[in-house]
Design a protein around this ligand. Structure first.
Ligand SMILES: [Zn+2]
Length: 247
């Protein structure tokens, strides 16, 4: 199992695969242990790459498969228009950064902290708000699912699974499909939303580079033919996301 996971542990930007149905792994078991299970329930749970931590922080999305595409839009303070009274009116600006990713892409906590807000908001859809140990507020919106154990007051680490990318919002609870699936990421310092674009790009760059170094180290161990050393290195990488295995 470890070998399988790490054979795929490379981070490359490739064209997106077609949207896929997210398995029901995050949903409560609908039938209980004795219920007959439909064939669909036998589909494997969605795997995802381990989060890579650099400088105590994780990039908030992890790839869910080899073909995942993640695109960070530079849309801080883009105008937000609404059709009111027969004409388009500027009602505000976009106070966050949108990251395009396929539905079901895992969202992980960027910073260690405590879950402070959870649930539905009209525009944000299903959202999770985490108060970081650094005092900042980390806001994740439009989720298609919230991970088990994510409840108000829950402690999270950098890299803890919060939920899955979706396109919920702009309507009553459960409303979706008004826009393509993406993560809306907001960062509030004090009472001000701040532009997280540079932080996101920098974290993406550093975590991807760390992941490449890790994979290269594992590949060199594999070339040497020492299965035991490779197994040991994989184990340490899993326990300490972001480290480069010793050779
Ligand atoms: Zn947004």
């Amino acid at each position: 199992m470890l070998a399988g996971a790490f054979a795929l542990a490379v981070a490359v930007a490739l064209p997106a695969s077609p949207p896929r149905k997210v398995s029901s792994v995050l949903d409560p078991d609908p039938g209980g242990p004795s219920a007959a299970r439909p064939a669909e329930a036998l589909v494997a749970a969605p795997a995802y790459y381990r989060p890579v931590i650099v400088g105590g922080k994780a990039f908030p999305l992890t790839r869910s498969n080899f073909l995942s595409l993640i695109e960070i839009l530079d849309d801080w303070h883009a105008p937000r228009l609404r059709f009111i009274g027969g004409k388009w009116q500027l009602v505000g600006v976009h106070e966050g950064i949108d990251i395009l990713a396929e539905r079901g892409t895992p969202i992980v906590s960027m910073e260690p902290g405590t879950v402070e807000n959870l649930g539905w908001q009209f525009y944000s859809g299903t959202r999770v708000g985490v108060r970081g140990v650094d005092g900042r507020y980390y806001f994740y919106a439009h989720l298609s699912a919230v991970a088990p154990g994510i409840v108000i007051g829950a402690r999270v680490s950098a890299g803890t699974l919060l939920g899955l990318v979706g396109n919920t919002g702009y309507g009553p609870p459960g409303h979706r499909d008004e826009f393509p699936p993406h993560l809306h990421f907001g960062l509030e310092v004090g009472t001000q939303w701040v532009d997280p674009y540079a932080t996101l790009v920098s974290l993406y760059t550093s975590t991807t580079a760390a992941d490449h170094r890790t994979q290269a180290g594992l590949d060199r161990l594999a070339e040497k033919g020492s299965r035991a050393a490779w197994d040991h290195a994989v184990e340490s990488v899993l326990m300490n996301p972001g480290i480069t295995p010793r050779e």
